[in-house]
Design a protein around this ligand. Structure first.
Ligand code: MOS
Length: 753
């Protein structure tokens, strides 16, 4: 039997979400919904300046307010983190400790320094939410204000070269000689593109219920990463991680803002400790903008050089992005550029300006999302200058192997994605001339862009319990952000054990279960899926071992290869009348269950192959000439992302990413008031995201891709690639429709008129 055997092929089918019914009936319990006795409510107090110091904080009125149990500020907060001498307090940030930056302590309420508007400076705990919220308004804070540094454009002189980026890529990378390459070019592009600050805005805002029992802490948390929150909270409170249990069964979206612990987790924990009662802390929608990070603003200069035949002679991608004052977060904006196209000369450089703004964090395809917008816009500009079709230009420069790592691709289907997509989209109907297609007063444009995202996998553990009634329980710490984790793990387990998916129950989202990395980096399916497959195979092997030597079994003496599982029944391949169910075997052996727990790690293959997903986006826009209003009228995304475990949930991921790409192109922007450093549109009324009326029929398909190298499941992961390049396809369509190139997102009507 091999790992993928199982004759029902549960994986690969468009199975409905196993948690769908619970979600639509309200049965799925989210963090803020855990019934807790004697619950008190906490409300965060945020700074109303972006830079300076608290000179006085008067909590007396708040403390006397009805129902108030405690007010915690820097004056009476417990000491957090490891050592003394750390002057940094700002919200999410932490500067000490080595290792994983995501597990560093969060030193909230430790001193008077303010480094951004909305920094958490206190927490009020009361009997009811209303009482806590009212009292939070009564906290009087006096500041010594300084002028905040919030504009990236006006502070380029402060740009510095960071020591490292979020991923292991040098801040400056490349090969060859960019100046030489540009000199050899027949045609050049030199343009600068800008992407704004954006916010994740998941439907469910961040929430934590903190419950202490003696020295043990339970956090019911809206988290992408239960083990990560456990570690960070342990490091911050200086208690052993095993004393902390983090539970996150259902999450209403995260997109990166729920990946690491944030200061509200710490505030909930210390609040519960202080009032000796369970405490619930839910961030308001407005507080979400200043409490859980954002996508940083980027300025990206793209220089391209090409010969007349379209072959690139030079690619330069020079990026300036924002980081925050207290902690370094540098997005790897140029990571996609490094490996995307063939060119002998390339330079990718990252610079950063520290701003008095909430620390940026990962947000759906951090790095690739802004970076590929710029690169793919530049490629489009180059195509027009060369007079080469933009689909063709990308195919001409498709590299036979990873040009950065000098490794073969584990698989790369970009050309197939472009060709299949062009055919399906009717690309041949496009008149290459800008502003040449029109219907009434609507200008029509077609745009294309490529997508890429790495196929990541991380070590993960899982446990499989085959129960005596034939049912299967799979346990793994993993989280499901709404992406379909429960469902695909059910499918993987069903396939590996040869049982029907209805027999399988998956438990996730709890640090008491075998540990995993958080859901992020599109590695969930590959990491959790591999772990679940491995532990199911191990459990199945234990059951096979039970029958092989058992004289009571009709399967006695058969080797592993002589047997297979069909519909929960282990049978002889030669003679399927010989067989027994898991249930029969366990019952005869008086076993309540057969358990296997496995830690599943990538082997060294990632050193031998470059592993990425690829895709192609095709957008059609209709632009009202009089109003400058852009409507995306059609969108097609074609992706090569390895084996697709569930075409339905995977397509939903891609559609979600494309919706976001359309939002990035046309709507999304967090506006900063440069005088005060606050976000002006910190609500869903004024922070525009696409709504149903903005979204056309989005078509998504996957090219067949069998990649034996990425992992035994052949899975690359589909969380993030959907958004990468999508905004560029829209921007390129806007240029094609109008002849006007908008290089700063979002492309609002004022920029088009
Ligand atoms: Mo994703 S930004 O890795 O949650």
């Amino acid at each position: 039997m091999n790992a993928n055997q199982g004759n029902n092929q549960a994986a690969g089918k468009p199975m409905n979400r196993v948690d769908g019914r619970l979600k639509v009936t309200g049965g799925a319990r989210y963090a803020a919904e855990f019934p807790t006795e004697n619950l008190a409510h906490a409300v965060v107090v945020e700074s109303t300046i972006a830079r300076g110091r608290i000179t006085k904080i008067d909590t007396s009125a708040a403390e006397k307010s009805p129902g108030v149990l405690a007010v915690i500020t820097h004056l009476n907060a417990p000491k957090l983190g490891q050592s003394s001498g750390n002057r940094n307090t700002s919200g999410e940030q932490a500067v000490e400790g080595g290792g994983d930056p995501f597990s560093k302590p969060i030193l909230v309420l430790q001193d008077t320094t303010i480094t951004f508007y909305g920094q958490h400076i206190g927490v009020v705990i009361a009997e009811t939410l209303e009482q806590a919220r009212y009292a939070a308004d009564l906290v009087k804070v006096t500041y010594a204000k300084e002028t905040p540094v919030v504009s990236l454009e006006k502070n380029l002189a402060r740009a510095y070269k960071p020591e490292k980026l979020l991923i292991p890529l040098e801040p400056d990378s490349g090969r060859g000689d960019i100046n030489q390459g540009l000199k050899e070019a027949d045609v050049q592009v030199d343009e600068t593109y800008s992407t704004p600050v954006e916010h994740h805005n998941p439907m469910e805002s961040s929430a934590t219920i903190a419950v202490w029992q003696g020295d043990r802490l339970t956090l019911y948390d809206a988290s992408q990463n239960v083990n990560g929150v456990q570690t960070t909270v342990a490091n911050t409170l200086r208690i052993p991680p095993q004393n902390i249990q983090v539970i996150s069964h259902y999450v209403g979206g995260g997109f990166g803002c729920k990946f690491r612990a944030k200061s509200h987790n710490i505030l909930a924990a210390i609040a519960a400790q202080r009032v000796k009662r369970p405490v619930k802390l839910v961030l308001t929608r407005q507080q979400m903008f200043t409490s859980v990070g954002c996508r940083p603003h980027s300025l990206q200069r793209i220089r391209l050089g090409a010969k007349k035949d379209g072959k690139l002679t030079a690619v330069a991608h020079e990026i300036t992005t924002q980081t925050d004052i207290a902690r370094e977060f540098i997005e790897h904006v140029g990571a996609g550029t490094n490996m995307m196209y063939s060119t002998p000369n390339i330079l990718v450089a990252h610079r950063a300006v520290p701003l008095n703004m909430v620390a940026p964090t990962i947000m759906r395809a951090p790095g690739e999302t802004p970076g590929m917008y710029a690169l793919e816009s530049g490629m489009d500009e180059l195509a027009y200058k060369l007079g080469i079709d933009p689909v063709e230009l990308r195919i001409i420069n498709d590299p036979p192997q990873d040009p950065e790592k000098n490794l073969p691709w584990s698989s790369r289907s970009l050309v197939q994605c472009l060709q299949q997509g062009a055919k399906r989209f009717g690309w041949e109907r496009r008149n290459p001339k800008p502003r040449s297609m029109q219907e009434g007063r609507y200008l029509i444009g077609y745009g294309v862009a490529s997508a890429t995202y790495p196929a990541n996998r991380r070590p993960a553990s899982a446990r499989t319990r085959i129960l005596s009634d034939g049912k299967v329980l799979v346990q793994i710490a993993a989280t499901d952000l709404g992406t379909g984790t429960y469902t695909i793990l059910t499918q993987v387990a069903a396939e590996a054990l040869g049982v029907s998916p209805e027999q399988v129950r998956v438990e996730i989202g709890d640090t008491q279960l075998p540990p995993t990395p958080g859901s992020g980096g599109s590695w969930g399916a590959a990491s959790y899926g591999s772990a679940v497959q491995d532990c199911c195979v191990a459990a199945r092997a234990k059951v096979l071992a039970l029958v092989q030597k058992d004289t009571r079994s009709s399967l006695k003496g058969l080797s592993d290869g002589d047997m297979e599982v069909r519909a929960g029944r282990i049978v002889s391949k030669q003679d399927s009348s010989k067989g027994e169910t898991y249930q029969q075997i366990l019952t005869r052996n008086n076993l309540k269950e057969v358990v296997a727990e496995v830690e599943s790690k990538p082997d060294g293959t990632a050193k031998k192959y470059s592993m990425h997903s690829f895709g192609a986006h095709f957008a059609e826009v209709r632009i009202d000439q009089d109003l400058g209003e852009v409507r995306v009228s059609r969108f097609l995304g074609v992706f090569g992302a390895g084996r697709i475990l569930n075409p339905k949930t995977a397509a939903s991921q891609m559609i979600g990413g494309i919706v976001w790409g359309i939002g990035m192109a046309l709507h999304e922007e967090t506006v900063i008031d440069e005088r005060y450093g606050h976000f002006v549109n910190h609500n869903l009324g004024e922070y525009h995201v696409p709504v149903n009326a903005d979204i056309p029929n989005i078509e998504v398909s996957f090219v067949e891709e069998k990649d034996p190298h990425v992992n035994p499941l052949g899975v690359k992961g589909v969380g993030e690639i959907g958004i990468v390049g999508a905004a560029a396809a829209v921007a390129n369509a806007v240029y094609h429709a109008t002849g006007k190139r908008i290089r700063d997102l979002p492309m609002t009507p004022d920029k088009l008129l």
